[in-house]
Write a protein that binds this ligand. Structure first.
Ligand code: FES
Length: 137
């Protein structure tokens, strides 16, 4: 019984830790808008609320598929799908990148493959910056 309680405590702590890794804050989520064609858009001035330079964050779905925005510089970006190239499971954010809990593939902060069984990085998604708006998809 004491062991079960210890397990419950550990499971609870892990759950809290997972929630604390939620990639996009409520404030960040509020500035990501749906755009035409199933794309997402963010005003440049709101980007710091979404992702820091050198980091990536899950920002929502483009055409029904989860995507992350990578901020490569103050005003430069890349985006990639969060669907694991191995079998399509959605990857989750960790401190040092992205992880697929289906079979253990790991990806760098920029979506590059770190460890299989996936054989490629997370697929790129187009990003365009125009007139102060970042459009993803
Ligand atoms: S689906 Fe991601 S590692 Fe298998």
């Amino acid at each position: 019984m004491a062991d079960l309680s210890r397990r419950s405590l550990i499971a609870g702590i892990c759950g809290i830790a997972t929630l604390s890794l939620t990639p996009l804050s409520a404030e960040g989520a509020s500035v990501v808008k749906k755009a035409a064609g199933g794309r997402l858009s963010i005003r440049m001035r709101d980007i710091p609320k979404v992702v820091a330079v050198g980091e990536s964050a899950s920002i929502g779905s483009v055409k029904g598929r989860p995507v992350a925005l990578l901020r490569t510089g103050t005003s430069t970006f890349k985006a990639f799908s969060l669907m694991c190239p191995h079998q399509g499971v959605t990857v989750i954010k960790q401190e040092d990148g992205w992880y697929c809990d289906a079979h253990g593939s790991k990806f760098e902060v920029d979506g590059a493959l770190n460890m299989g069984p996936a054989t490629s990085g997370l697929p790129s998604v187009p990003v365009r910056v125009s007139k102060g708006i970042v459009t993803i998809g």
